[in-house]
Design a protein around this ligand. Structure first.
Ligand code: NAD
Length: 453
């Protein structure tokens, strides 16, 4: 079947109203869970082939997220879908006001390669929970994970409800010409703009989950052991190919030496060797070459080693970095950690405020004034104080960017709302209405209205 035909079938299927039924949605969410669990080993094998990601990492950062999402919606679907009663104001008496969460219709999800399961399937889970039909176009860069998702989903779901369409730029460009009720895109800011433009042609609403340079700040009031351990984990998991990884470090000058030492100890302790179970390859040659160019040999504090054949880059820390260095110009998206030292926290904060709004930001300190200034002055998608990345693991928090790092958000109830329209209904009684709003319009009536309003 051609993709145009599948999109058209999804539109027709949505009109049958079947996806609005809560039992129907739950049945297919259960089915998705069953399909994922049954094929778990195939999912592990495929991602290992693509970039050497281990079973442990794949379960903790991908599969467990998806299963948690499914369980969340199975548990909360009834309450999320229930109309909300709101107050009715004086001029609308006698009446009742309610807000209905209505599915949008046919959805297009475009996924990224770096967490290919989580970033493709989690949005689908939210879209189906909200009662939509869905097409997923995963990233062709992680080819094996794209193929396995297409196989297990297309073999188990009717295409008019859920379908995985395999393809790269050409196929996505064709897909973007078709009309959807929502496009949910995860990827780079550059391609996000392409998607936004295409969506505008059809006035299609979008959620754009993009990237950026996410800072981590360590001040003299931080617990340095905890900060170093958590930053090393967050930066080098998935070999730094994580949208919310700390992109660069800002470290207070007075503790820099001690902190760098602690950082180095943890990198050594975690033993990021090629082919190890807790370190991945760089996804492809193109990214490998891009990253190698960012390593300024004169500024290496730790690491800098690489192996082209294995697409391996050792965790690398660069020091004596300034804002003009090449490594500070674009999102790094790899295992290179530049460190800039600072003397004054508030001056540094003001410098970051001037940059594009990042997807995440992290602060390590026990100083309450610093925490307050960080939270109130700096705009970013989301983040942590005294940790990195773990805000994503709380389904009660929205996940999404702001400015250049994205539009909209998801996870938990926010994912449900992202794929729903909030329909307002005012229901009026057919009695008890004063004649005041109807012509003829007299001065006396206007005086009454002034009093009411
Ligand atoms: P990408 O933008 O290159 O690709 C994303 C998707 O867009 C893929 O499915 C790809 O096939 C498609 N695509 C690529 N070029 C296209 C074009 N010209 N026209 C239409 N479609 C096109 O991103 P990527 O390399 O997969 O991921 C890396 C980027 O994504 C980083 O910037 C990272 O920060 C960001 N990211 C963001 C999140 C988030 O949740 N906010 C998560 C992961 C990655």
């Amino acid at each position: 079947m051609e993709i145009q035909e599948i999109v058209s079938k999804q539109k027709d299927f949505f009109k049958t109203q079947q996806t609005k039924n809560i039992k129907f949605r739950k049945m297919y969410l259960e089915k998705l869970k069953e399909v994922i669990i049954k094929n778990e080993n195939l999912l592990y094998e495929a991602i290992h082939k693509d970039f050497g990601k281990s079973k442990f990492d794949t379960f903790t950062t991908e599969i467990s997220f998806i299963l948690n999402d499914i369980n969340y919606y199975l548990k909360n679907l009834k309450s999320l879908s229930k109309p909300t009663k709101v107050q009715t104001n004086l001029i609308n008496q006698i009446g009742k006001s309610r807000i209905y969460s209505e599915p949008l219709g046919n959805i297009l999800v475009i996924g990224a390669w770096n967490y290919p399961y989580q970033l493709s399937i989690s949005p689908i889970v939210a879209a189906l929970a909200a009662g939509n039909c869905c097409i997923l176009k995963p990233s062709e860069i992680a080819e094996n994970t794209m193929k396995i998702m297409a196989k297990i989903i297309n073999e188990n779901f009717p295409p008019e409800y859920l379908y995985v369409y395999e393809g790269g730029i050409d196929e996505t460009t064709e897909l973007l010409k078709l009309k959807f009720d929502k496009i949910f895109f995860t990827g780079s800011t550059k391609v996000g703009k392409v998607v936004y433009k295409a969506a505008a042609e059809n006035l299609t609403p979008v959620t754009l989950e993009l990237g950026g340079k996410s800072p981590a700040i360590v001040t003299k009031d931080a617990n340095l052991e905890v900060a170093a351990k958590r930053i090393v984990w967050g930066k080098f998991i998935n070999a730094g190919q994580t949208c919310v990884a700390p992109d660069y470090l800002l470290v207070e000058e007075s503790i820099q030496e001690q902190f760098l030492e602690t950082l180095r100890n943890y990198i050594k302790k975690f033993n990021y060797q090629p082919d190890s179970t807790h370190y991945t390859k760089i996804i492809n040659q193109k990214n490998f070459e891009r990253l190698i160019k960012l390593i300024d040999k004169d500024k290496i504090y730790f690491g800098g080693d690489f192996n082209e054949e294995k697409l391996y880059i050792e965790p690398t820390v660069l020091t004596n970095i300034n804002w003009q260095d090449e490594v500070m110009q674009e999102e790094i998206f790899g295992p290179i950690l530049p460190v800039i030292s600072f003397k004054n926290f508030n001056i540094t904060l003001n410098e970051i405020v001037e940059l594009e709004k990042p997807l995440a930001a992290y602060l390590f300190t026990n100083n309450s004034e610093e925490k307050e200034n960080f939270t109130n002055k700096l705009s970013f998608g989301g983040g942590c104080i005294n940790d990195v990345m773990m805000h994503l693991g709380n389904e009660n928090l929205p996940f999404g960017g702001v400015g250049n790092s994205g539009i909209g958000n998801y996870h938990g109830k926010f994912g449900f709302e992202t794929f729903s329209h909030q329909k307002a209904i005012l229901e009026k009684a057919t009695w008890g209405e004063p004649n005041i709003k109807y012509p003829p319009y007299e001065e006396k009536k206007l005086n009454w209205i002034r009093k009411f309003l």
